[in-house]
Write a protein that binds this ligand. Sequence first.
Ligand SMILES: NC(=O)c1ccc[n+]([C@@H]2O[C@H](COP(=O)([O-])OP(=O)(O)OC[C@H]3O[C@@H](n4cnc5c(N)ncnc54)[C@H](OP(=O)(O)O)[C@@H]3O)[C@@H](O)[C@H]2O)c1
Length: 334
Amino acid sequence: MEIWVLGALGRTGRAITAELAARDLTAVLVGRHRERLAATGAKYVVADGAAAIAAEIRRRRPAVVVNTIGEYAATAPAIARACLPGGHYVDMAADLPAVRRLLDLHDEALSGGSTFVTGAGFGVLATEAVVAKLCEGRATPSHVQVDALASVASEGGTVGVALAASIVDAMTAVSARGAKPRTLVLPDGETAKVAGIPSGELLAAQRASGTPDVTVFSGLAPTAPAVRAVLPLLGRLVSIPAVRRFTIRRLAAVRTKPAPRPRTHTWGHAVVTWPDGTRREGWLRADEAMDFTAAVVAETAVRLARGEGKPGAHTPASALGADVAEAAGGTFLL
Ligand SMILES: NC(=O)c1ccc[n+]([C@@H]2O[C@H](COP(=O)([O-])OP(=O)(O)OC[C@H]3O[C@@H](n4cnc5c(N)ncnc54)[C@H](OP(=O)(O)O)[C@@H]3O)[C@@H](O)[C@H]2O)c1
């Protein structure tokens, strides 16, 4: 029963492998640099690009595939389909097109007896889990508002293509739509600025609550007026494929310095309103956002390997229940 980690030598890949080891599971490392993989002493598979990875999955049939190679909208469906029938799939997509594309594979996953989980990262789970808890056993609400506020430490080094692509796609989404910035007061008394962003959290909260009327705010969306003023133009520019590729290449090469997390906790927050005016509010508190993400992915992979996931294509709480957020180190404040 093998768990493969694609992009195993990357930032999240390494952290997930360590989280799996902490749960007594040895991952098979999948990457594109034979020498670096061999130097780890772990079992590994060499494959470069989604097509080669999918071919290896079909040949060797791992029980669970964890995808950290990024560019999910373009590459995840081919990799997830390679897990059919019976194999399970997890990724950390956060942008709306990627999450939607994976969820669109629901019928294929269902008939193949597989579970596909997308959005197994901080923002999607931290917000959908709170919505699911607040809506448990109640009628469909009329409106849901969620806030995702990640506190991320930087290990330094280059941004890398996978993360650069996610940042560029998020900026394009913000420029297209999104509510105005506001100040969020956190349960520990700190404050933070958040702004609207149509990201994967939107679909997850819609599915967890049953209402289409969802607003998503995120601490990752730009809040400075000068930056927001140029976003529509930037969004139009990076929607040109050649400009997008160039921007991702340049951003990927940018070097960042090591930096501690900006605040003690990472927060997911939801306010749910029902047609009769009833309003419920809740939070999920976690520590550093990338540590939480790695724990979410490892916990999800372990549960899928044990056959505990609902067949079909899901976000994490929808596949495994909201409690997976607690198992990954989160605490609900409802
Ligand atoms: N939703 C969330 O909360 C969340 C949290 C963290 C990360 N993420 C997302 O997860 C992804 C990974 O982030 P990261 O920071 O771990 O990136 P990273 O450090 O750049 O790691 C990506 C890994 O994937 C490999 N890779 C990239 N393209 C590949 C390809 N075509 N074929 C084979 N291997 C390939 C890279 O190999 P090389 O080393 O050879 O380049 C690298 O090992 C990003 O999309 C990021 O936005 C989401």
